[in-house]
Design a protein around this ligand. Structure first.
Ligand code: HEM
Length: 486
């Protein structure tokens, strides 16, 4: 097996860049109406690659396709079946998935504006980014006649530039895994006892070893099905053509935020005290509104991390006295290693792994953060307080089930995260009664000198308005797919 270098020209730029300079963006959700025209457009769409350019591009375009979209384009069924099962069945597949993701009540897929049924399921998403004032022209240039002929528009998700602040008022986009583009991290690095921010390329791109040292399943084709050699051969199966390599999965969820309700609740709890109101909101997030971690800048040396606002773990705050265990950033990234830290040596290792050590066992419930990282690429929408507002949440990962779904269900919606009891994420949890009608609308803040401080009666602040799982193909895969014989 030869480890080939990364071909940035083949990767969609969104995997490598967040395009902060390109403050205007919109996401077109399209359905195929004319297959030939749709394929003709896909074959020549000006997709932006991950190669660095000087000067940096002033516009960008990305294309993502759902499993319904692959079928609508005429991709053969056995190829579609080579993708992961959660991508094939989709985010809205059944009530069990909806329950696990917390999509109940007002967030029930049956109520979604798009993505909740086969009629409202997008086939293709075209993501357009531009410098201020240049988006309309860019849409006009990129969406040529073939696009108009090939697709009908289901929705145009507009975005707004909130200058790095999400609608509740918090600085966002601070913590992000560092992708190991140079493939320096050992393919298999077992039993890490320190939290690391450097994450294997195979966690985000198909066709490379992931954090288990393995290649994530993806469609590998008999080379005869790619006679022109459009695709590259699989690293782990050189006789097969790799349709997944340099591609990723993209999760999109339209999350409406009730900004007024959020601050009204804080006001009620703080009885009008402006300092307490802000503190309560901050303890729910785990950072101050300006982005400082409640843990403080502890200056821990973290592999792959150079932003001082991220040089911390929760190791010195097991009880959650500085940052509540249930805070959003602590749930979404508990910053744990495979093994709780401890002195080196076999006896210590055995005690920690075999669970003789009670603390180790408790920590283990949230350990191994490195298998559950997300590359976030979302954009805000709307203008509070005049319009509906929220987040078009977007994340990338090579394994939707182990990354997005695990974080969303076990950590954010889970009612027993790290010893918490019948509580979900205070920001994004649905706070609906759980099994047997048990209340889940509380948020606990541990206090050193006595029982936890608890706020009760949390309303739902975030409602899911739509969502879908997409494949973000490599440029080669897009070329291959656009040659499908209808
Ligand atoms: C409207 C909904 C949401 C809001 C308002 C929100 C807000 C925030 C804020 C203010 C931060 C801190 C800034 C930062 O560390 O970058 C953050 C971090 C984060 N959020 Fe969310 N978020 C939302 C939904 C989600 C969802 C659905 C997920 C995952 C399924 C998620 C995963 C994360 C992760 C992984 C981090 C970084 C944590 C860390 O590494 O310390 N968020 N979010």
């Amino acid at each position: 097996m030869t480890a080939q270098p990364v071909d940035y020209d083949d990767i969609q730029g969104l995997v490598r860049f967040g395009y902060r300079r390109l403050t205007q963006a919109c996401f077109l959700l399209l359905r195929v109406t004319n297959r030939e025209a749709a394929l003709a457009w896909l074959a020549q769409a000006p997709v932006t690659s991950a190669a660095k350019r000087e000067p940096p591009p002033e516009t960008a375009l990305h294309i993502a396709i759902t499993s319904a979209g692959l079928r609508a384009l005429g991709v053969e069924e056995d190829i579609v079946e080579g993708f992961s099962s959660e991508f094939i069945v989709g985010m809205n597949s059944d009530s069990s998935r909806a329950r696990r993701l917390g999509d109940l009540g007002a967030s029930d897929p049956a109520r979604w504006r798009w993505g909740g049924s086969s009629e409202t399921m997008p086939h293709v998403m075209v993501m357009l980014y531009a410098m201020p004032g240049a988006l309309d022209d860019w849409i006009g240039i990129a969406m040529s006649a073939h696009a108009e002929e090939g697709f009908e528009q289901l929705a145009c998700l507009t975005t707004s530039d909130m200058d790095g602040i999400e609608p509740f008022g918090f600085a966002d986009g601070i913590s992000e895994p560092k992708v190991d583009w140079h493939r320096e991290r050992p393919a298999r690095d077992e039993e890490l006892s320190d939290y690391t921010n450097l994450s294997c390329l195979g966690e985000y791109l198909l066709g490379y070893p992931n954090e288990y040292g393995e290649y994530t399943d993806r469609p590998l084709l008999d080379a005869l099905r790619d006679p022109d050699g459009v695709l590259v051969r699989a690293e782990d199966a050189p006789e097969r053509s790799d349709l997944g390599r340099n591609g990723s999965y993209l999760v999109l969820r339209q999350l409406q935020q009730d900004v007024e309700g959020f601050w009204r609740f804080m006001d009620e709890q703080a009885q009008g005290d402006p300092v307490r109101r802000k503190q309560l909101a901050e303890s729910m997030v785990g950072r101050t509104m300006e982005g400082e971690p409640l843990m403080g800048r502890t200056n821990e040396a973290i592999d792959g991390e150079d932003d001082p606002r991220n040089t911390f773990t929760y190791r010195s705050d097991i009880e959650g006295l500085r940052c509540p265990v249930g805070a959003h950033i602590r749930r979404s990234n508990p910053r744990n290693a495979d093994l709780p830290p401890g002195p080196p040596g076999f006896i210590s290792w055995a005690a920690r792994t075999l669970g003789f050590d009670a603390d180790a066992l408790a920590n283990d419930l949230v350990s191994s953060t490195r298998f559950h990282r997300l590359l976030r690429r979302g954009r805000e929408y709307g203008v509070p307080p005049h319009e509906e507002t929220g987040l078009h949440f977007i994340c990338l990962g090579a394994n939707i089930a182990r990354q997005f779904e695990f974080v969303q269900s076990a950590w954010l919606s889970g009612l027993r995260f790290d010893g918490s009891h019948n509580e979900s994420d205070p920001l994004i949890g649905n706070h609906l009664p759980g099994e047997n009608g048990v209340a889940t609308d509380t948020f606990s803040m541990p206090v050193a000198s006595g029982p936890d401080m608890r706020v009760c009666g949390l309303p739902q602040f975030v409602t899911v308005m739509g969502g879908a799982y997409f494949f973000l193909p490599s440029l080669r895969a897009l070329r291959y797919l656009s040659k499908v014989q209808p």
